[in-house]
Design a protein around this ligand. Structure first.
Ligand SMILES: [Ca+2]
Length: 651
């Protein structure tokens, strides 16, 4: 292994050899002196990433939180650097793929969230940051939430980590154990399930993880190490440990933030106690913005607009701190645009390695930003993807939004003008004022950048996207029984199914006239159906026209639309692409609350104006829409496949 200083000095003297003048030598010496503090390490630095789940831009003290106390993060910021324009992705798995690979999720076919037992995951052929550091001689350990596939071939131990302890996906992805019938998540040690953890069991999670992280540091004093510490906290359901429950001024969410802060303190204190603080870079950040529809169980994006699931700033700009006493200037603040994709090249470069030109990565080395030598982004622009769609691009102070978008998961697209919108983030961080008309040259420049990136890795036919990993015969990590996330709702649905409208034999192509159709005017209703199709876009059911509701497939996900008028439609979208037979339950409550549960995935909620004002005049159509379009599909694609167990019930 080469030491860090050799290649750099070699490259400096190479460029100087051709002009071997005293003046040039002086310049070279000056240059060497200038860069020496950043480059000549006694040893490659240890690297620790502390990654929080669903923590918003406004959730910790250094970023303005006042309700919960975060003394350890406050100290970390005081001793290190606050990165105020640091970006993750809108949802969990994508952010994690970005850290691991240095690529936008769209480049490596990680567009959304993985679910337990899903066949796909991060492709094993991708070279992760753990693999890159391991080949340089690092000890590598992961603790916590992986979320890049739960099939054996996708686990952390197959992607460069010597060891792993954690829940391999989100803490709300509980499935009923076949044995105990209790909803649980699996705790893995390396590749083995060592515990099935129920909800209350999660109260031990932060402490358990922290102990593992601290032990790992203690065991690896002599050798450079990479610790990827990805908390499941502070994602719902919120389960603060016993020592923290009820202690904050911000409910159980604040309690859990305070516990995470304690955990950060444990890690930093251990580094200090072991005398490793001056040899260790610690980055603290979050995977996406706050989950706004969770109310007090969701965090805060502070001054930013939107939250998790959105490419408004609140969905993707995350509270980030970098700490390395003696290297990173204390108390520094840097607003240069940087992102999780930049961590891989930065860590590899600090470790004295190089990232080959192929396979292409999107991130760049941000060491000059961390060391206070640059206030400029290391990249020409930052690109905001929502799934595979490029939604916005930022360069410096300017952000060009390419399409209307929801403010978060379960929220509807904001009715902004459908054209290009330009925001001046330096002037107004909250993205309210569209200044596109005043800066046509900026719009044109950013649009050209966006078009280029979209052609490369965005949309349906990108030039340079690499494939996802696909596992054969996927199964869950432990035997489960089918589980619908909300037991209360399940029981209610069962009760009301005593008087279903008779649709059980309905099949694609059927249409039922209004009077004989399920009654959905001025009342709450629930549509339940099982669909088996390989289509990505198709109508499942559509009732009505200018007033009505519809279920349809949109890019492989299920959409539930409620329309009150021609231009008044609210649509919510299931979180992940579905395959094979899947169940759908969609309901509109008396107060307009919408809920969609697909294939046992996380429920998605939304808010329509209220119940439908009257029974829709148009037909109830199965697998097509024969009148005015009620859903948000541009044209009707008939469903090819099977629809079973269709029922529309009123509670
Ligand atoms: Ca998340």
């Amino acid at each position: 292994m080469q030491t860090q200083s050799e290649p750099c000095l070699a490259s400096l003297s190479q460029s100087g050899c051709a002009t071997d003048t005293p003046k040039m030598k002086t310049i070279l010496l000056l240059l060497a002196a200038l860069f020496a503090p950043a480059l000549s390490f006694a040893r490659p630095p240890n690297v620790v990433v502390i990654f929080i789940d669903d923590m918003g831009y406004g959730d910790i003290g250094p970023f303005g939180a006042t309700k919960q106390r975060t003394p350890h993060l406050d100290r970390m910021a005081k001793e290190g650097m606050k990165l105020t324009s640091f970006y993750a992705a809108p949802v969990c798995s994508v952010s994690r793929a970005q850290i691991m690979t240095g690529c936008y999720g769209a480049r490596i076919s990680v567009p959304g969230v993985y679910f337990p037992g899903q066949s796909s995951g991060l492709n094993q052929s991708e070279v992760t940051v753990a693999e890159r550091l391991k080949e340089i001689g690092y000890a590598t350990q992961m603790v916590g939430k992986w979320h890049l596939g739960d099939q054996p071939e996708f686990l952390p131990t197959r992607q460069g980590f010597d060891h792993y302890l954690g829940i391999p996906y989100s803490n709300d992805m509980l499935k009923k154990s076949a044995e105990t019938k209790v909803p649980v998540v699996p705790l893995l040690r390396d590749e083995k399930v060592v515990e099935l953890m129920d909800g209350e069991g999660q109260r031990r999670m932060v402490e358990l993880y922290t102990r593992e992280a601290v032990d790992f540091i203690g065991r690896n004093k002599e050798k450079p190490f990479f610790l990827y510490f990805a908390h499941n906290a502070v994602h719902t359901p919120i389960y603060p440990g016993a020592a923290f429950a009820g202690k904050s001024q911000n409910g159980r969410f604040g309690d859990w933030v305070e516990e995470v802060d304690w955990s950060v303190g444990q890690v930093l204190d251990t580094l200090r106690a072991q005398g490793l603080d001056r040899d260790t870079l610690v980055v603290f950040t979050s995977d996406n913005g706050p989950w706004l529809t969770k109310g007090t169980d969701g965090g805060s994006a502070g001054p930013l607009r939107g939250g998790k699931g959105s490419t408004w700033e609140g969905g993707v700009r995350v509270p980030t701190l970098a700490w390395w006493p003696g290297r990173i200037p204390a108390g520094a603040v840097n607003d240069a645009v940087a992102a999780t994709i930049d961590l891989l090249p930065t860590f590899v470069s600090l470790a004295g390695g190089t990232v080959p030109a192929t396979p292409v990565i999107d991130g760049r080395d941000i060491a000059p930003i961390l060391f206070g030598q640059s206030k400029e982004s290391a990249r020409e622009a930052h690109y905001y993807f929502g799934n595979y769609d490029l939604r916005a691009v930022r360069q410096g102070r300017w952000k060009l939004a390419l399409a209307p978008q929801p403010e978060g998961m379960g929220k509807t697209a904001v009715k902004t003008a459908p054209g290009l919108r330009l925001y001046d983030l330096d002037a107004e961080i909250g993205e309210q004022t569209d200044v596109a008309a005043r800066h046509p040259e900026v719009v044109a420049k950013l649009k050209a950048l966006a078009d280029k990136m979209a052609a490369e890795i965005g949309g349906k036919t990108p030039a340079a996207r690499r494939p996802a990993g696909e596992a054969r015969d996927p199964k869950t990590l432990y035997p489960t029984v089918d589980y619908v996330p909300n037991d209360g709702k399940k029981a209610a649905a069962k009760k009301s199914s005593a008087k279903p409208v008779s649709l059980a034999q309905a099949k694609p192509g059927d249409a039922i006239v209004s009077a004989a159709a399920p009654q959905v005017g001025q009342r709450a209703f629930t549509v339940a159906v099982t669909v088996d199709t390989s289509q990505r876009d198709a109508v499942i059911v559509a009732q009505g026209g200018l007033i009505g509701h519809a279920l349809h497939l949109k890019g492989g996900r299920v959409a539930f639309a409620v329309r009150h008028a021609a231009d008044e439609v609210v649509e919510i979208l299931s979180p992940a692409v579905v395959k094979g037979p899947f169940t759908v339950t969609a309901s509109l409550a008396a107060d307009g609350a919408m809920k969609l549960v697909v294939a046992g995935q996380e429920a998605v909620t939304g808010k329509a104006k209220g119940v439908l004002p009257r029974q829709p005049a148009e037909d109830f159509c199965v697998g097509h829409d024969n009148g005015k379009l009620v859903g948000t599909y541009a044209k009707v694609v008939a469903l090819k496949g099977a629809v079973t167990g269709l029922a529309v019930t009123n509670p």
